[in-house]
Design a protein around this ligand. Structure first.
Ligand code: FAD
Ligand code: NAD
Ligand code: ISD
Length: 426
């Protein structure tokens, strides 16, 4: 016989921590809630792994960034979970789930039963082995998804201060880790297949500002190509990265950020899936009424764009988790999740925020020279996306308001000239 809980959260990442907070806010009985996590530590703010944790001086360590410090709420240490009667089952991988029987089976062979399950399994990194890259198992190749990865990255960086790194991938991990490597006095070459970095969000013009800044900090870019192999020494340490065209780049270490895949395999054939994620409705409820899903793993109705989306960002993980718990505890009072996409990043001394959707015509405002600029995306005469580098708190509030209210625009020239000062007709 195993244990039984009224509520089980599967996964112990960002969404799990925020779901736990929401349960506590509503008052959960001791012994009713359990979190099962493959990680060995209580839920933490994952964004810290590519920022505070990689600082050359005064790097962040746990317990300082346990959830929910990211929104200025309590720091939920293991003691917090104990005090609230929440069972934290750590270092435990769930290897199968039976949603008809409402049971989970751990890798150690324990069966855990639930009345309501919240799936918060997040995502796994894509690995170069999956792309048949030769030599991809070497020691000094670093990925970044969890605390263990961050600890390894810090260790490898410490061994190679003054040396060189190759960063594979030009997305969020590539951009943030390249900045961290430079700050740790490690020279960087970035290699990615697109013509500019952050292609999921940035236009070429926005990317050009950041690429120029990175180049001034010594980053070298090799764009429009991928790598084919690693060369390693007898100790299985990479010594060079070999590109598709045969070019060799010497490297003391490698950081790989080539995207993720949601952890959905436990539920294939059991729950409806869409666009690579677990399909949920506006209450974050899956095709099985006793099972909810939140965070990176869900494909949800993005109400304001009448579209089904999967988003891989912390704000959505936090808000979808809180929404699911509200829906579970008082379903009839809770409206459908009405999310406005919000992404941000911080690199070097730069910092940007984005709200809304990045489709349609992109209008740049401000001056790149002054490191104070932004962009609006205008679709069918409405501003639907807004980006700002180097904004103030008040300006970011305005940015959110614009993306939320989608004001109509006819005069694109004035919009480019006036930027946030444009007299929007809300
Ligand atoms: P996760 O936080 O990944 O948690 C998933 C949990 O499930 C993990 O604990 C995992 O071990 C566990 N798990 C999975 N499968 C099993 C299983 N079978 N059994 C037991 N446990 C399991 N977003 C931003 O908006 N801004 C940022 O600055 C930012 N920075 C980031 C930096 C890094 C390094 C990374 C990796 C991500 C960053 N993100 C950022 C993205 C953000 O962290 C994610 O969107 C968020 O963590 C998703 O939360 P989640 O709870 O869905 O998944
Ligand atoms: P990403 O999707 O942002 O970028 C992946 C990059 O790898 C792209 O440039 C892509 O073209 C490239 N790529 C894909 N396949 C490749 C291959 N075979 N060889 C070389 N390059 C290849 O993913 P990421 O940067 O790995 O980030 C992982 C996850 O972490 C994402 O969910 C991201 O949203 C999240 N994250 C977010 C933030 C933030 O929001 N500030 C920060 C860090 C991480
Ligand atoms: O999750 C994301 C992300 O990182 C983006 O840049 O969604 C966006 C785009 O892919 C869609 O707006």
């Amino acid at each position: 016989m195993g244990r039984a809980f009224k509520f089980v959260i599967l996964g112990g990442g960002v969404a799990a921590g925020y779901a736990a907070l929401e349960f506590v806010k509503h008052g959960v009985h001791h012994g009713d809630l359990c979190i099962i996590s493959e990680e060995s530590v209580a839920p933490y703010e994952r964004p810290a792994l590519s920022k505070g944790c990689l600082l050359p001086e005064g790097a962040a360590t746990l317990p300082s960034f346990h959830t929910c410090v990211g929104i200025g709420a309590e720091r939920q240490t293991p003691k917090w979970y104990k005090e609230h009667g929440i069972e934290l089952v750590l270092s435990t991988r769930v290897k199968s789930v039976d949603v008809k029987r409402k049971t989970l089976l751990s890798a150690a062979g324990e069966t855990i039963t639930y009345k309501t399950l919240i799936i918060a399994t997040g995502a796994r990194v894509l690995r170069l082995e999956e792309f048949s890259v030769t030599g991809a198992y070497a020691n000094n190749i670093c990925y970044l998804r969890d605390l263990e990865d961050a600890n390894k990255l810090v260790q490898v960086m410490d061994m190679h201060k003054g040396g060189t790194a190759v960063v594979i991938g030009g997305g969020y991990i590539g951009m943030e880790c390249a900045a961290a490597l430079i700050s740790n006095n490690i020279g960087v070459t970035m290699v990615f297949p697109e013509h500019h970095f952050m292609a999921r969000l940035f236009t070429a013009e926005i990317a050009a500002f950041y690429e120029d800044y990175y180049m001034k900090r010594g980053v070298n870019f090799i764009k429009g190509t991928v790598m084919a192999a690693f060369e390693s020494d007898e100790n299985k340490n990479v010594t060079a990265v070999v590109l598709k065209d045969g070019t060799h780049i010497k490297a003391d270490m490698v950081v790989v950020g080539i995207g993720i895949r949601p952890n959905i395999s436990l539920f294939e054939g059991q729950l409806a899936l869409e666009k690579g994620g677990i399909k949920v409705n506006g209450k974050m409820q899956t095709s099985n009424a006793s099972v909810y899903a939140v965070g990176d793993v869900v494909t949800f109705p993005l109400k304001s764009y009448r579209d089904m989306r999967r988003l891989e960002h912390v704000d959505h993980a936090r808000k979808s988790a809180a929404h699911a718990v509200q829906a579970i505890l008082s379903s009839d009072k809770v409206k459908d999740y009405d999310y406005l996409p919000y992404f941000y990043s911080r690199v070097f001394t730069l910092s940007w925020q984005f709200y809304g959707d990045n489709i349609g015509d992109c209008v740049i405002f401000g001056t790149l020279k002054d490191k104070k600029f932004g962009a609006f995306w205008v679709e069918k005469g409405q501003v639907i996306g807004a980006f700002l580098e180097g904004g103030t708190k008040e300006e970011y509030i305005t940015l959110e308001k614009i993306a939320r209210l989608k004001p109509c625009i006819t005069d694109m020239e004035s919009l480019a000239r006036l930027g946030l000062s444009f007299p929007f007709d809300f």
